[in-house]
Design a binder for this molecule. Structure first.
Ligand SMILES: Cc1ncc(COP(=O)(O)O)c(C=O)c1O
Length: 390
């Protein structure tokens, strides 16, 4: 078989892709694929099947002929379900012009960056971070400015660090809470600092809210758009909220001019989000109080169990559970770096996790554990961890 493309042709690729950085996640995944009996705690894809009522809604939509393009900004029923949900849940009022259906939150952030960035505009992201942000910003010729967060501050950025990173070129700050990969849930003080800085410097806040229901203990999800409505673009997703990642459905909310610009960009990408997924998503949002609490409880139980058990090991440390579906464990006491440790864990214990540096240098010395397996599997994983010693 001849695979087209090779070194002689790299001059024809965008500079962005001529010398791609090593893809740590994919390298480890390839190793895992060669092994049998691997406990996979690496993926951010809930293991649960999408709740039956949502599947029924999807089947009904298909039977009713929802197999066509929808309006480019979204099926009116889906848009209305998002608007009603934000009104009811967060007391935030949006018009149809403020909302757009997207193919997941990843697509929403891509459109948002495309709508606001000019070449060399800077976007501040907080490390450790969900790695696709970087490539999305660069694909729109923006510049990534990284502000590190530390365990000492519960992986939240400090106001001083954010302020120090703002320049005349800062266009936006990306805020992801509850956070992937750290599990941090930003408190009111941090969110207020972000809102104040955004207003003072007139910069956008991109609020990635894909894990919003998954907050635990004393932590609350506070929507950033409530604190800085004129400056915030929300990128939302139903992937995790309803365990429906494969439906590829999300949304963008923001000022009408930004949402309209995102629409112009999207006309040249995929025009509209999948119609059946919008119908299923609308059903989910209309019935969210009957569906999501059970998912939240399941993830909460798993996070608490794994954190408590693994914290008994002298060579590993996890902060108290706050939110998301991930634990970010400090493994520096093993004496190994996170890539070496992850490979060792895979080979010796058959457990697949993601090394922290896949989320930027600030993740060095950590691993990300996704609790996207059932309790019985997590118990096996804990036993496998416990057999290791350093
Ligand atoms: C922080 C964060 N943002 C966005 C996404 C993308 O979600 P979607 O499936 O809606 O594209 C993910 C997926 O894991 C994520 O963790």
């Amino acid at each position: 078989m001849r695979i087209y493309g090779g070194f002689h042709m790299t001059r024809s690729l965008s500079k962005l892709f001529q010398n791609p950085a090593p893809n740590i996640m994919s390298d480890i995944g390839k190793n895992a694929a060669l092994m049998t009996d691997v406990i996979n705690l690496s993926i951010g894809d809930p293991d649960m099947t999408t709740p039956a009522p949502i599947l029924n809604a999807a089947e009904e939509a298909l039977a009713a002929g929802k197999t066509h393009y929808t309006a480019s900004d979204g099926d009116p029923e889906y848009l209305e379900s998002i608007i009603n949900f934000y009104q009811k849940k967060f007391n935030l009022t949006y018009a149809k012009e403020n909302v757009r259906a997207t193919v997941g939150a990843g697509h929403a952030t891509f459109l948002a960056f495309g709508a606001i960035l000019n070449p060399d505009d800077e976007v501040i992201i907080f490390a450790p971070y969900f790695s696709p942000y970087e490539v999305q910003i660069e694909a729109h010729h923006g510049k990534v400015v990284v502000v590190n967060c530390t365990a000492e501050n519960n992986f939240q950025p400090t106001k001083a660090d954010i302020a120090a990173a703002i320049t005349d070129k800062t266009k936006a700050i990306l805020v992801n809470t509850p956070n992937n990969p750290t599990g941090a849930v930003y408190d009111q003080e941090t969110l207020q600092a972000l809102a104040d800085l955004a207003k003072e410097h007139d910069i956008y806040l991109l609020a990635d809210e894909v894990y919003w229901p998954f907050v635990y203990g004393d932590n609350d999800f506070v929507p950033l758009e409530a604190l800085a409505p004129e400056h915030t673009l929300v990128t939302g997703s139903l992937s995790k909220v309803f365990a429906m990642t494969g439906f590829r459905i999300g949304y963008l909310i923001g000022p009408a001019d930004v949402v309209a610009a995102a629409g112009l960009l999207n006309e040249g990408i995929d025009f509209s989000a999948p119609s059946v997924s919008q119908a299923a998503g609308a059903y989910g949002l209309q019935h969210i109080d009957e569906i999501t609490p059970a998912l939240k409880a399941q993830f909460g139980e798993r996070l608490e169990y794994v954190a408590t058990e693994l914290n008994k090991l002298p060579w590993l440390n996890i902060l108290p559970v706050a939110g998301s579906i991930y634990l970010f464990a400090d493994i520096s006491a093993t004496g190994m770096d996170d890539i070496k440790f992850s490979n060792y864990l895979l080979e010796q214990a058959g457990v697949l996790v993601i090394p922290g540096q896949a989320f930027g240098d600030a993740g060095k010395g950590y691993i990300r554990i996704a609790v996207t397996q059932d309790m019985a599997t997590l118990e096996k994983a804990v036993q496998a961890f416990s057999k290791l010693s350093f």
